[in-house]
Write a protein that binds this ligand. Structure first.
Ligand code: SF4
Length: 234
């Protein structure tokens, strides 16, 4: 357990030294985090920025503002994100939940216990664990670890996962071995996103510039294969 904890903290420190503070999540308000977390499903962040810009410009980036629009009109404003009709429905559903159960008070909605908040988010059709946890961590500030496709890939390459683990398994890897610290989880997830986006690419990882090169199982395998090749063993 202690070995894993040390390893995870070593990875964190290396990534932090390499990328610096990530200042994630980029949003002016917790409500904007909620909206961004829903809009970013299966689309690049620049598209989300355009859609949020549209909502701001039109004066509809609020619970009331979103509920005052039909699904079709909301869909037009968030059109730069893919699946905008489904996302419009999700946004309206979550705003309806906040309106009906918390009198439209976003702060009261987010101030619930983490488990209760997560359960309510997961009950909204189309909101999965990654989106719910992004909101619980980045909007509400509760210490939950967000797992995404980059986390899966990087853990697998580091040799900490074999690829068939569930979301919960991978989440537990962090939450059981690291201090329950929202600031740490916030930054750690953002650093893994940076690594997965810029260096640990799906098809051709850029191991030669990676700060984890000397602790990575994938890279060790490449090095061993190269050495075997030099020695004429393969
Ligand atoms: S060394 Fe290569 S495979 Fe390992 S984490 Fe870095 S980029 Fe990914």
């Amino acid at each position: 357990m202690d070995v894993l904890r040390s390893f995870l903290m070593d990875v964190y420190r290396r990534l932090s030294a390499h990328f610096g503070p990530r200042h994630w999540w980029p949003a002016d308000t917790p409500f904007e985090v909620i909206v961004g977390a829903i809009l970013t499903q299966q689309v690049a962040w620049r598209n989300v920025e355009q859609a949020i810009g549209n909502l701001k410009e039109a004066g509809h980036l609020s619970v009331d503002g979103i509920l005052s629009l039909s699904e079709e009109k909301l869909g037009l404003l968030i059109r730069p994100t893919r699946y905008y009709n489904q996302k419009a429905r999700r946004l309206r559903e979550i705003c309806r939940l906040i309106q009906d159960n918390f009198a439209g008070d976003v702060e009261a909605f987010l101030n619930q216990e983490a488990a209760a908040l997560r359960a309510q988010l997961l009950a909204v059709r189309g909101i999965g664990k990654e989106t719910a946890d992004s909101i619980v961590l980045y909007a509400a500030g509760h210490p939950v670890f967000v797992v995404d496709q980059y986390t899966h890939r990087i853990l697998q390459r580091l040799g900490l996962a074999h690829g068939r683990e569930s979301y919960d398994d991978l989440q537990r890897l962090f939450t059981s071995n690291l201090p329950r610290d929202a600031a740490l989880f916030n930054e750690y997830h953002a650093l893994l996103v940076a690594l997965g986006h810029h260096i640990c690419l799906k098809a051709r990882p850029r191991c030669e510039v990676c700060p984890l090169g000397d602790v990575c199982a994938y890279q060790a395998g490449l090095t061993a294969a190269a050495r075997a090749g030099e020695a004429g063993l393969n």
